[in-house]
Design a protein around this ligand. Sequence first.
Ligand code: HEC
Length: 155
Amino acid sequence: MADKQKIQQTITKITLALLILGALVALVHVFTERRDWVIPPEAKTMKNPMTDSVKALRDAQPIYREHCAQCHGDTGKGDGREAKSHSTLPPDFTEPGRIANQEDGVLFYKISEGKRPMPSFRKRLTEEQRWELVLLVRVLAESGGSPEVNPNPHP
Ligand code: HEC
C-alpha cells in the first residue's frame, strides 16, 4: 500500500517537473522569437563588395529560390508557401522604406545570423553568396513585388 502511494507521488513529481520544463521551453521560444534583431554597430558600416551587380543578381536568383522563397515568396512579399507555418510571419520586403532604410551591412548581418524562425546562413552560404542576396533583396524591395525572381534565368 505504502509502495503504491510512493509510486504515485513519484509520478506526480515527474509530471510536475515535465510541465515546468515544458513551460520553460515555451517561454524561451517565445522570448527568442519576439525580441528584436540585435545588430552590432560594426555591421552597419560594412560595404557590399559586389561590383558586378548583373552577375551578382544572376547568381543570387537560384539561391533565393532554394533557400528563401519558401518563406519570403518569389517576389519578396513574405507570402511563400511555408510563410504561415511559423509563428512569426516573414516581412514584406516591398513595404515602403523597410529595406531602403537599412544599410547593406545590416541586411548582410541579418541574412548571416538569421532569427527564429529564419535560419542562419553563415555556414550554409558563402560570404559572396550572402552579399549577392543583399542586392537581390534590394531589387525585390524596389520592384514592389514584381517582376518575380525569374524561374528560368537566361544567362
Ligand atoms: C523559415 C522561413 C525563412 C527563411 C527560409 C528565410 N527567412 Fe528571412 N526572415 C524570416 C522571418 C520570419 C523574418 C522576420 C524575423 C523577425 O523580424 O523576427 C525574416 C527576416 C529577413 C530579413 C530582414 C528583413 C527586415 O525587414 O529587416 C531579411 C533581409 C531576410 N529575412 C532575408 C532572407 C534571405 C536572403 C533568405 C534566404 C537566404 C531568408 N531570409 C530565408 C523567415 C525566413
